[in-house]
Write a protein of this length. Sequence first.
Length: 359
Amino acid sequence: MQSKIILSFLTILAICQQGFADPNASSKPLSHEVTPYAGPHTTSTVNLYFTADFLWWKAKQAGMVYATNGVLTQVPTAAQSFQPLNSGHNGLVNYDWDPGFKVGAGYKFWHDNWDLYAEYTWLHTDGSDSLERQNGLTPNFPLPEPVAQEEIANRATSRAHLRFNVIDLELGRNFYLSPQLTMRPHFGFKGTWQTQDWRTRYFSSFLRIQPNQGNTIPLTGPYRMHHHNRYYGVGIRAGFDTAWHFTYQWSLFGDIAWTAMWSNYRLRRHDTVDDTTTGQKRRAINIHTSFYELKYVGELQIGLRFETWFADNSYHFQIQVGWEEQIWINHMSYIGTSNPIPYFDLTLHGLTLMTRFDF
């Protein structure tokens, strides 16, 4: 009796499946294209493409104030009168506009027209500044108490170098959202290694070494401060590239990407000052530290693109010019004489001229 009930149930289920089945299912393919592939199409079977970018970028590192000359540095005695304090400003190191480059290579898969793309970015830049005031400067980084009982400098010079290297690896697919609008969502990884050296010198006639006992020892200076930061990071990156085609060959494009970066910091600060009694340099600060943090990176680009096909559509050439911006949030850090260690944004912006060749 039980077996008959089960057999009847299976028979009814089979009839229902036939009733709800698509009568044209046998004529349909197993899959159909919901988002048509947007190319670039070529008749070549190699399916490789290469890119090369020229960069004219400016890096901006927050927190690089090294001194100020608008602060009262000496309080007059009772027999003296207060003198008017002249207007001052912060001494700030700004990186220059410098050239860089990107190079990349990609491969388009036959399976659903996805492509794998890798790109390397290189930028080396530096900047310098100086500040002078006879009635005194105030260093932005407090000097050690034994070295400077009065934090006064007459002149300061500062110089910084940034070595910026990035590799992006992404898997994406370019398709039509409308007859004239394309989008290429992508996801992958970002890796980077960077080095920053920041050296500042303070010149003063007020520098002293104050031992635990005894008289102070005069120092000729300069007081040298050296921040050396080495940074490594790897993280998951995702974003999308869009293009609006107003003719067959011309389009406006806009790209956006976001990365969560697992970051390793290796910071070092070495401060030295000249000792007139020995003619040697005295080490005032010697600190090393290493730690890990999770940081975030945002990327934006907008511009104009031209592309063309030749040799019976066997090859595709593209050239575009755009304005690119990157923000590395709370990215750089320096060792001070107090905790916690501060973080500062690193931003990069400028002109990006890109060429691409498909075959």
